[in-house]
Design a protein around this ligand. Structure first.
Ligand code: NAD
Length: 475
């Protein structure tokens, strides 16, 4: 970490709290400390956010908020290299990922919600009345109030700003808690907010863990009006119970066990290349990554061999986020190796330098496991993909849809009719055809079943972060 990790509460930076060690995942060595916020600081952050709701921020027009979001985007742009360095230091991800995806997307998040909120119109209806004079109804979108934003370690800035930007766009105030493993870019974001002169208390940042720490204290806090969370499905369940006590609305982006379907009529080279990307981007630590591939039997061998050969050639990938996560991924691989076949990877790469102390796992391709095997059914969240054959379209759909998760899926086919038949029949929130992770920020984003509640993206986020109110005026 280049600069100390600090909270940002009521417009002031603060480093109070019990130190929590940060570990560089590339080398597995200490990389600084995070101050875990005491409960008193979490209370203060919520109070600051509540006070700010009654301050000048309350009267800012959508156009003024839009200009502020653009100013924040400008601020990230001006410090682009610092953000890239902090993202890489925290996560160990390759520089090209951080500089082409994470930081540009964070900027785009602010710009797209700035534009959307500035151009948003309210609905109105004319109603007839018995006296013939009528009435005018119009909808006003009000902020929800103080929103808790809790985010994970895999795309720390991208996912944090994906919620903070629309929350601010609709006039809310925010208390954000990033993952305790990756605090760096959130600290820089707080500095950018301060430099942009966002009114004190509108954006607050507290660091710390989840259970029995800042995360839990925030979700249980009576001063929090809504919770936007991205993370594991199990954590989502815990947060939902906390929110239920006071009926606070939640927006959840949770885990996945995403599948790809490869039909025999697909461009096989494109399907292999696309699946290499979808399985191994950020070493599989993206919620949208493919962990199951079902391949139509006539092309199964060619596809599996192509994928395994590609996986063996991959280089320049990053480590797992922590020793604990690396061990979890290796446990899945070991069990799969005992029960099935490993076509590529399956171990820990050797570098013969300092990286051998880091948390690395080879890109791994498995096959031959039954559908109820933990490596096929549970989210691994690492560079591990299982390939299995299928014979009919119906069977393939059944295999994909049998998962308890339903975030994303990809269909590889050269048959346009099949694409339009199969994609909408998948029990997921996001389906791609002949591509992966192609995102337009205005489209709905989220999962079904254990993969989430609600949708983010474009108007979907603006709707979540606001309360529509009807005004009826008798004319
Ligand atoms: P996690 O659930 O362990 O932690 C996420 C955040 O929640 C962290 O900030 C953590 O401190 C906090 N937290 C943990 N326990 C809490 C509690 N009891 N109360 C309040 N806060 C708590 O998840 P993670 O390991 O950081 O991230 C990986 C998971 O996130 C994977 O399951 C992945 O699929 C999911 N994810 C989903 C999406 C999506 O868009 N659907 C995107 C990225 C990651």
């Amino acid at each position: 970490m280049s600069s100390p990790v600090r909270h940002y509460v009521g417009g002031r930076f603060d480093a109070s709290g019990v130190p929590f060690p940060l570990i560089d995942p590339v080398f597995g060595r200490p990389a600084g400390e995070l101050p875990a916020a005491p409960r008193e600081l979490v209370d203060r952050a919520v109070r600051a956010a509540r006070d700010a709701l009654r301050g000048p921020w309350a009267s800012w027009s959508p156009a003024e908020r839009s200009r502020m979001l653009h100013r924040i985007a400008d601020g990230i742009e001006q410090r682009f290299e610092e953000f890239v360095a902090a993202e890489c230091a925290d996560t160990g991800k390759p520089r090209d990922l951080a500089s082409t995806i994470d930081i540009p997307r964070a900027i785009a998040n602010f710009r797209s919600y700035a534009d959307l909120t500035a151009g948003r119109s309210e609905q109105s209806w004319h109603t007839t009345t018995p006296d013939g004079r009528g009435a005018l109804n119009y909808t006003v979108h009000k902020p929800l109030g103080v929103v808790a934003v809790i985010s994970p370690w895999n795309l720390p800035l991208l996912l944090l700003t994906w919620k903070v930007a629309p929350a601010l766009a609709m006039g809310n105030t925010v208390v954000a808690k990033p993952s305790e493993l990756t605090p760096g870019t959130a600290c820089l974001l707080a500095e950018v907010m301060a430099e942009a002169e966002l009114p004190a208390g509108v954006f607050n940042l507290v660091h710390g863990g989840g259970a029995d720490a800042a995360g839990q204290w925030l979700t249980e806090h009576p001063g929090i009006d809504a919770i936007a969370f991205t993370g594991e499905s199990r954590t989502g369940g815990t947060i939902m119970r906390a929110a239920a006590a006071r009926l606070a609305p939640v927006s959840f982006e949770l885990g996945g066990k995403n599948a790809a379907l490869v039909f025999a009529d697909a461009d096989l080279e494109q399907a292999v290349a696309g699946t290499l990307r979808s399985a191994f981007t950020h070493s599989g630590q993206v919620c949208l990554c493919t962990e199951r591939v079902y391949v139509e039997r006539p092309v199964f061998d060619a596809f599996a061999q192509g994928l395994a050969a590609g996986a063996k050639e991959l280089s320049g990938y990053g480590p797992m986020i922590s020793a604990a996560h690396r061990d979890k991924v290796l446990r899945y691989i070991d069990r799969a190796a005992a029960d099935g076949d490993v076509l590529a990877g399956g171990g820990v790469p050797r570098f013969s330098d300092g990286r051998d102390g880091g948390f690395w796992v080879e890109p791994t391709v498995l096959t031959g496991l039954p559908e109820d095997h933990p490596a096929v059914r549970e989210e691994i969240f690492g560079p591990v993909v299982h390939v299995a054959p299928f014979d009919t379209e119906e069977e393939a759909l059944g295999l994909v849809n049998a998962s308890p998760y339903g975030l994303a899926a990809t269909v590889w086919t050269g048959d346009v009719s099949r694409a339009h038949r199969v994609a909408p029949a998948l029990d997921v929130g996001i389906a791609w055809v002949n591509t992966w992770n192609l995102r337009d920020l205005r489209t709905p984003f989220g999962g079904v079943k254990a993969s989430g509640i609600g949708r983010e993206g474009g108007d979907h986020s603006l709707d979540f972060f606001s309360e529509p109110m009807n005004v009826c005026v008798k004319l």
